[in-house]
Design a protein around this ligand. Structure first.
Ligand SMILES: CC(=O)SCCNC(=O)CCNC(=O)[C@H](O)C(C)(C)COP(=O)(O)OP(=O)(O)OC[C@H]1O[C@@H](n2cnc3c(N)ncnc32)[C@H](O)[C@@H]1OP(=O)(O)O
Ligand SMILES: O=C(O)CCC(=O)C(=O)O
Ligand SMILES: [Zn+2]
Length: 428
């Protein structure tokens, strides 16, 4: 009913041209009521531990994303995605383990040679053979992972905590000696014994890892659990803390924010959240969250206007549609329909929008095609069409629109016809 919006040919009542934006928008383009800590309750209270305005993104579309059911990335597609992620401004790009297949190995080497600004990582099991293959590819960093929960120790790799630590220290020493960044992560951190993993993290921190990683591998963690674990870990290690959240219970974005509030430094994302099962923290949704929480940091660091094309590229590559309710780029993410909303939005977009779509190169759309349309929105359309009517006349034509909309769904062309023919009648 509202047609396409968000940057495509703007349909009726695109308020970018007709609405009065609130007076002083700030240099980052976020309106005061949305971006100013004095008027926005949504910016986190800063404390000494929070990194909400100083985080890095480890973009894992080309690793976790390859674990998505539909994903098959040929070399050219991987390169296109890597370049698009780099253009967006992510800090790191994580690639599938080169041990996975000969082509994975070749692709990893190839992407390392592209000369991107983003650092290139690959993600391997915490063993010497995998680490050697990773280093051979020329990556900037190696992400080591091993399951530490009793489930994974028993049913995945069968190693004791003692053996995990011994192996980890050997592999870390090797990767460091190769002059490459190294991260050590405990898979399934939230179902691991706290004392066990803190001792392990402490040992790898002492061994000089660049980062330790906390992973909610099964997506069961709540923000409170995340805060507690990351905050505790922050007191135990001096290195950076990376976090990885699956979305099985819908908490992946909230958990990522909470992790930063608790002192994490890095967040793993993938475009549209693609990954194992229903995936991880989506890059776009995370940007939506963080542009509200830390507008200056996000708008100055990331090329937000490139989000839509990046998502389209990946959606196309894995043959899915962008969900209607996707933050920012869902087709109706900036569509306003109910009369009460439309009136206020036309007066000041901050009334019913937390994010200014223009930050992402997109436009808002006010629908005037339904039985819940109000006369103020119709008046705006009448003015856009260059027609002259009194308020009483606009109210009368609004009633006609509602009469028709009670019978069937209307397209903007139908509504425009009702307005034009009413206007013609007035003149005759
Ligand atoms: C939660 C996550 O997403 S973790 C990342 C997941 N990523 C991947 O799995 C990468 C893609 N995987 C692959 O290509 C393959 O699984 C490979 C190449 C890694 C291994 O393949 P295979 O040798 O055929 O083994 P398979 O996949 O059946 O089983 C995994 C093996 O890794 C071992 N393993 C699992 N995790 C670890 C670990 N962190 N450290 C060391 N060994 C591990 C298992 O014990 C098992 O070994 P086994 O051969 O003795 O049974
Ligand atoms: O390496 C990590 O930190 C995360 C691995 C992973 O994908 C997961 O545990 O879900
Ligand atoms: Zn994962």
């Amino acid at each position: 009913m509202c047609g396409t919006c968000n940057g495509d040919a703007a349909p009726a009542a695109n308020t970018n041209s007709t609405a009065n934006p609130p007076s002083a928008s700030t240099s980052n383009g976020v309106y005061p009521a949305r971006g100013d800590p004095k008027t926005s309750p949504y910016q986190s209270i800063q404390d000494y531990i929070s990194n909400v305005d100083n985080f890095k993104i480890i973009e894992s579309t080309l690793r976790e994303g390859e674990q998505f059911a539909n994903a098959f990335f040929d070399t050219e597609t991987k390169i296109k995605i890597a370049r698009a992620l780099d253009n967006f401004g992510v800090d790191y790009i994580e690639l599938t383990s080169p041990v996975s297949s000969p082509q994975s190995y070749e692709d990893c080497k190839r992407i390392c040679q592209l000369g991107l600004k983003a650092k290139i990582l690959t993600h391997v099991r915490c063993n010497m053979d995998d680490a050697k293959k990773a280093v051979e590819c020329g990556v900037d960093g190696v992400d080591l992972v091993i399951g530490t929960s009793s489930f994974l120790r028993e049913y995945s790799h069968g190693k004791s905590m003692e053996l995990i630590q011994k192996t980890a220290l050997e592999v870390i020493e090797y990767v460091k000696s190769a002059g490459v960044e190294v991260r050590f992560s405990s898979e399934d951190s939230f179902r691991s014994d706290l004392v066990d993993i803190l001792a392990l993290y402490k040992a790898v921190d002492r061994a000089g890892v660049n980062r330790v990683g906390v992973a909610d591998t099964v997506g069961g963690a709540t923000p409170r659990m995340v805060y507690d674990l990351v905050r505790t870990l922050r007191g135990v290690v001096g290195c950076d803390i990376e976090t990885h959240f699956h979305d099985d219970t819908g908490c992946a974005v909230g958990n990522a924010l909470t992790a930063l509030e608790a002192g994490a430094t890095h967040v793993d994302t993938s475009v549209l959240g693609i990954g194992e099962r229903n995936g991880i923290t989506p890059l776009g949704a995370f940007m939506a969250r963080m542009v509200v929480t830390a507008p200056d940091y996000v708008t100055s660091k990331y090329n937000l206007k490139a989000l839509k094309s990046l998502e389209e590229l990946v959606a196309d590559a894995v043959q899915i549609n962008i969900p209607f309710n996707n933050p920012i780029t869902g087709f109706c993410a900036f569509t306003h329909k109910a009369g009460i909303h439309a009136k206020a939005i036309l007066a000041n977009p901050s009334t019913y929008e937390i994010i200014d779509p223009s930050l992402f190169g997109l436009t808002r759309y006010v629908s005037i095609n339904s039985r819940i349309t109000g006369w103020n929105a119709v008046k705006s359309r009448v003015e856009q069409l260059g027609l002259k009517m009194t308020d009483e006349q606009v109210k009368e034509v609004t009633a006609k629109i509602k009469q028709m909309a009670d019978i069937r769904p209307l397209a903007i062309d139908d509504t425009d016809s009702i307005i034009r023919s009413y206007h013609l009648d007035l003149q005759q």
